[in-house]
Ligand binder design. Structure first.
Ligand code: HEC
Length: 281
């Protein structure tokens, strides 16, 4: 009797297993985030790689300078850029004197030489660009408990970095789908992973910055310039890396040719001999 019950239980178990393997899956409940989320838009920069080869393309210095201006005048109100020092800005084509002047515009936390009390002093080129908040708690307190991330490496930290940043900045103001809810204090942006972002639209109108080089200042242009600038902050040595890459490949090509030629030469003697002259097998 026990054997019989055990057998039945076993068969039922096996059948259940089989059913689990072959039963048609019920359709997944559609995920509204996946439904409305958009992939980054297709934009290109001078430092992109023509034909997808990651070897050519240099930064557009004028664009990097404009991007820095957008960062400084708009984004730096909430976002830090703590891995970049003022002296690094000479890479953007600023002269040493210009960098000194830019650094001087910022106040940096310091300590009074005479009293030992904390105070602030004017920035110097060796200083890292100071952030807007003393720490994370202060940053959250000012932003509805959301944390504006440091932007130094953001184009590396997000898939399709520069294109993502460009799309995010130009992606505000799209009509909210009827079945989607945007809580108070958040903003709808289909390029953001959860569609509701805590960042208020930073570039809301054309002409928010006035470019020194006369470039027309539109939202698209501002977004494109700041995305180029943030590509540079995340990889300032991009051009050097590419130059080295080209050099290394050229070296390997020459080495291969030399190797082939010396192979021909070393074996030339043996190849010329008649078969009967070769050692018997
Ligand atoms: C008023 C403050 C404020 C300003 C100004 C601002 N941001 Fe933000 N930003 C935020 C906050 C807050 C978040 C965090 C959003 C979240 O997690 O929902 C954020 C997030 C981001 C993110 C990360 C999104 C992600 O995928 O996690 C990027 C990129 C960004 N901001 C770029 C910029 C750029 C570029 C500018 C200047 C053009 C700028 N922000 C200006 C407050 C600001």
């Amino acid at each position: 009797m026990v054997k019989l019950i055990a057998g039945v239980v076993g068969i039922v178990f096996c059948l259940a297993l089989l059913w689990g393997a072959v039963a048609p899956r019920t359709a997944e409940t559609p995920d509204p985030v996946a439904k409305y989320h958009l992939a980054p838009r297709d934009v290109s920069w001078q430092n992109d790689n023509p034909g997808g080869l990651a070897v050519f393309g240099t930064f557009d210095r004028a664009q990097l300078q404009r991007g820095y201006q957008v960062y400084k005048e708009i984004c730096s109100g909430c976002h830090s850029l703590k891995r970049v020092a003022f002296r690094n800005l000479t890479d953007l084509g600023f002269s040493a004197a210009q960098v000194k002047a830019l650094a001087k515009q910022s106040d940096v936390a310091s300590i009074d030489d005479k009293t030992g009390e904390p105070n602030t002093r004017k920035g110097i080129p060796a200083d890292k660009i100071p952030g807007p908040y003393a720490n994370e708690a202060a940053a959250r307190a000012a932003n509805n408990n959301a944390l504006p991330p440091d932007l130094s490496l953001i184009t590396k930290a997000r898939e399709d970095g520069p294109r993502y940043v460009f799309s995010l900045l130009t992606g505000f103001g799209k009509p909210v789908p009827a079945d989607w809810k945007v809580p108070d204090g958040l903003y709808y942006n289909p390029y953001f992973r959860s569609l509701n972002i805590a960042m208020p639209p930073p570039l809301s109108a054309d002409g928010q910055v006035t470019y020194a080089d006369g470039t027309k200042s539109t939202v698209q242009q501002n977004a494109k310039d700041v995305a180029a600038f943030l590509t540079w902050t995340a990889e300032p040595t991009l051009e050097a890396r590419r130059r080295t890459g080209i050099g290394v490949v050229a070296f390997l090509v020459i080495l291969t040719i030399l190797g082939y030629l010396s192979y021909q030469r070393v074996w030339a003697d043996l190849k010329r001999r008649k078969p009967e002259m070769l050692p018997a097998e």
